[in-house]
Design a protein around this ligand. Structure first.
Ligand SMILES: [Zn+2]
Length: 278
């Protein structure tokens, strides 16, 4: 994986150490869009004492910790109306390549925390308003004691190789002739490796062996963690399920279809395969 971990520069925390902050980074979202400052065609995260300086009152905000010593907050904004000049709301995914990579990754974290905070205001078991658990990114129910943590849904994504060829599939949901790796969500009680085998069997009817971990990537659209794998073809012929996957095939590095964006681990695995020249 080419990307450096943001944790070299970032110290997560739930509670600010001091109230006497100067400027802070504001990762402010309205639905799926993040508030960014646009200046001469370049994009940046609002960096100021308080969003109220722009007459924006967040519905709720969460402390995220320090990035290079600067405090960071996520905030939920109710409406995109009355945004000051020079500020824009842009879908999070579209900001890949437009802002600094550390800030982009932290924005993904901010987004997931906002969604979790927003959807866990009440206990999922008894409906009582929840309370923040001090010092932890968690909420507890004062009535029944249920504790909830930010929800993260693991999914696997696998590059299957047969000789020098790679298995790529076109899902019904994909645009144009875009092809990607086979992926799917983990089921309760399943190991990641079992999930790899099951998803590939279900979607394209192929049996695989020699499953190896490649790397992982948070995928905040809205709350997944993608675990990337490679595997070798063992047996079977491609039979697409027809519901999720429309077509699939074995491709050589010199003859690839339209590939997913650089933002995804899928593309990172495919690029690794191309560079390594199997
Ligand atoms: Zn409860």
């Amino acid at each position: 994986m080419g990307k450096e971990s943001i944790y070299k520069q970032y110290e997560p925390a739930v509670t600010p150490q001091s109230k006497a902050f100067g400027k802070v980074y504001w990762f402010a979202f309205c639905a799926n869009d993040m508030l960014v400052k646009v200046e001469n065609g370049s994009y940046s995260i609002p960096y100021m004492n308080d969003l109220r300086e722009m007459n924006i009152s967040p519905v709720r905000a969460q402390y995220l910790g320090l990035l290079k010593g600067c405090p960071c907050y996520s905030a939920e904004i109710a409406s995109q109306d009355n945004i000051p000049l020079g500020m824009e709301f842009i879908p999070l995914r579209a900001l890949f390549d437009l802002i600094d990579m550390d800030l982009f990754l932290l924005a993904g974290k901010a987004f997931q925390i906002i969604l979790w905070d927003q959807s866990h205001q009440f206990c999922g078991r008894c409906g009582t308003p929840t309370q923040e658990l001090p010092g932890e990114r968690a909420k507890s129910c004062p009535k029944c004691g249920l504790i909830t943590y930010p929800q993260i849904c693991p999914a696997v994504i696998t590059a299957v190789f047969r000789g020098d060829k790679i298995l790529l599939a076109h899902a019904k949901a994909f645009k144009g002739n875009l092809h990607s790796l086979i992926s799917g969500f983990l089921e309760p009680g399943e190991t990641l490796e079992e999930c790899v085998q099951r998803e590939i069997m279900e979607e394209v009817g192929i049996r695989v062996k020699n499953i190896k971990y490649f790397g992982s990537q948070p995928w905040p659209y809205p709350n997944s963690l993608m675990a990337g794998f490679t595997a070798e073809y063992e047996s079977g012929e491609i039979t697409v399920d027809g519901t999720e996957i429309e077509k699939a095939g074995w491709f050589s590095p010199g003859n690839l279809p339209e590939l997913p964006s650089q933002v995804s681990i899928s593309r990172q695995i495919i690029d690794w395969y191309i560079q390594k020249g199997l």
